[in-house]
Design a protein around this ligand. Sequence first.
Ligand SMILES: O=c1ccn([C@@H]2O[C@H](COP(=O)(O)O)[C@@H](O)[C@H]2O)c(=O)[nH]1
Length: 309
Amino acid sequence: MALDRLIERIVATQNPTVAGLDPKLDYLPSYLKEEAFARHGKNLAGAAAAILTYNKALVDALCDIVPAVKPQLAYYEMYGVEGVRTFYETVAYAKEKGMFVIADGKRNDIGTTMEAYATAHLGEVEVEGEMFTPFGSDALTVNGYLGSDGVKPLLNVCEKLDKGIFVLVKTSNPSSGELQDEHIGDRTVYEVMGSMCEEWGKALPGKYGYSGVGAVVGATYPEQLAELRKKLPHTFFLVPGYGAQGGGAKDVAGAFDARGLGAIVNSSRGILCAWKKENCDERDFTGAARREAIRMRDDIVSVSGKASL
Ligand SMILES: O=c1ccn([C@@H]2O[C@H](COP(=O)(O)O)[C@@H](O)[C@H]2O)c(=O)[nH]1
């Protein structure tokens, strides 16, 4: 089961964190953009080429200490066809370097269309009798608020090809409570969605107690994070909101179980923009990203403890 592979990577690196690859052009060192623009022009192709070089350098700098990357599709789609190719190449490169890849697309639609999303991001597609892997990520973020029709098509692909999903449960944004904190009877909406994850996860049991259906729960809501950890014992958490959104180590402490497992904490801007924050030579952007990844790892491990199977 794919989230078993993620858990094994976390234990091997002793690092329950994921580097978010949300590359805005502003985050890239200028020398790298100039080189790409000189080769491809100051256009979408130039931007996409610069981002690919940047991503590959970051993957090289992080792959031995960080178990996973989370490229957010929006940052690639905004550069059109070339941007989407860069997404594809980034996924392939990170996997080649042994990293677990979570495609952050927050996809959802009705049954047959969801099947198409499942095929695109996690599955294989048939063309005239031959099978092709369109993007080949290990896991996909999913919006489950259309209900089971929008999630079940993914479960078949996950089972067949050893993939996982992370369903939005309690998101990190300031307005997440407008809907998610509302009540259905005596339970909150996010609690109901969390229970649905536990139910869906029964189809994808894992070796270490966590199913292939994970949940997205924000670091910016520490109480809800701790509450959900207790209520959802088989659901692994993807926790955004650390760093740039204000979440800290003490806020995510409640996401972990007694084995130091149960969650992986994301930082995107914190790692991507580390070189700007350090105010170091822009050519040392990978060194700064690595230093920030190590600082974050040590910060999170100080509350999660050692990860063991
Ligand atoms: O509830 C959610 C769900 C997803 N995200 C995504 O995580 C990263 C966070 O980036 P930072 O720069 O570390 O803030 C980004 O891709 C979001 O789309 C989230 O923040 N909250």
